[in-house]
Design a protein around this ligand. Sequence first.
Ligand code: AMP
Length: 524
Amino acid sequence: MERRAVERVRGTQDLWPADARQLEVVRRRLEEAFAGFGYRRMDVPVLEPAELHLRKSGLEIISKLYAFDDLGGRRLCLRPELTASVVRAFVAQPAPRLPVKVFSSGSVFRYERPSKGRYRQFTQSGVELFGASGALADAEIVALAMDALDRLGLVDYRVTIGHVGILGELLSKLGLTGRVRTQLLESLEETRRHGLDAIRGRLHELDPDLFDPLGDDPVERTLPAQSDGVGEEHVRASLTGLLSKMGAERLGRRSEGDIVERLLRKLRPQSHREAVERALEFMERLGGIRGEPREVLGAGRDLLQAFGLAAAPLESLDRTVHLLEAFGANFHRVQLDLGLSRGLQYYTGMVFEIDHAGLGAESQLCGGGRYDDLFRALGARAPIPALGFAFGVERVKLALEAEGRPSGEPRAADVFVIPGTPEYVPFAARVATTLRRAGKRVDLDVTGRPLKTSLNYADREGYSQVAVVGEAEARDELVRLRDMGDGREQALSLADLAREWPAEGARPPGGAQLPRAAEAGRGH
Ligand code: AMP
């Protein structure tokens, strides 16, 4: 009898107590952030019908599915993510009430090639919000993901937001539907990495009859693309109408339907090729637009105009960005990327990812977005606006380790307020209190040590922001929050802080009467 040790399955982990506890702490802190936004826990099964994920998950997930037949002959799978299960549970409810705000956490399984930060069994923790369309819900979801990381004290993360509805709108306008549409939507990010020819090749494999750009015959560009929204159904109806007007006796032996289909077949490759080429050109240009939000929104509007598209998705992104600021998100960590599409086929609108600089190749901590079509795909009678995100909990733990905070315990505070010189101690105290009442955790430097020593201390302790207050700040009644990660500064007026985020019954400490520079000294 064989006595060899039984090996752990590749891509899975044994967690001994110290690591198990850390992972647990990280997950709990993420969940505390979700609960802080009014989301409630729900649990869904690990085992699901394979069909749940085959319907709308997209190739990226389907190709990695752990699927098998159980002893009763049912086709099952280990869940590769949580969203589809939560939607399935909602659709099965007899009288569901909206809106729904839930979070769930647990193991998910994907047949990946294992590497650092990439496992076959890993933990996701995420939220779903059903029943809200519009920019406020989009902004809340992104703000919540950022808040969760801020609570953990992570600094080196970056949020990238896009909108798959922009490309979706162009494809609809070009009359591109079905598998070609799906393939194009899934390929948006790849156009940047592998170039258009790789996508053309994939489309050719998918449908050699409709699209043969790699053949000897160069792409004909004389026929106009179907850019006026005229779909095949419309052409079919017009042809049928025309033929019946001509009268059956002039059509010879073929039936009317036969002739229409033959004509359509002849038209199709050319018009589809044109439409696909137009879509590819758009995708290439869209993929080049990323960076600082204002610039991206400007460049995006120009592109949409050039292709005669409505600006609605961009306007929605614009509102989302504005609202994010109102949520108090660390705004300089946010960039827009119109070429972001994410692998999952079910996204329909705003999409976002959060990456961490210290993680190497597998840098993505979180991914999410809006998936308004998923309910219909999973059997709901009416579409329901929905969005959410999921963190990879192991990766959040790795990011904390990369930032030198393996315990996941939060910093003592978010902001370290330092009086620039002794006479500004009272003003510094007032700044600290105003920030606290606006919801920040603030540590006031009460030691009176030299400024340089205080700054070194702030760096060592890992505060995310530092505010040195002195004459200029006191004169202008503001506080300058400097990000310890990238050095950027954000000036906030104390009056605005007190007005925009007043805590219950709170007024700015001291009000306007407080002397701006009193005689108190540092170190007393
Ligand atoms: P997704 O469901 O693909 O949007 O993934 C959500 C998050 O799960 C990602 O941002 C990662 O943090 C994490 N994740 C995805 N795949 C893996 C994996 N193979 N191993 C560890 N974490 C993963």
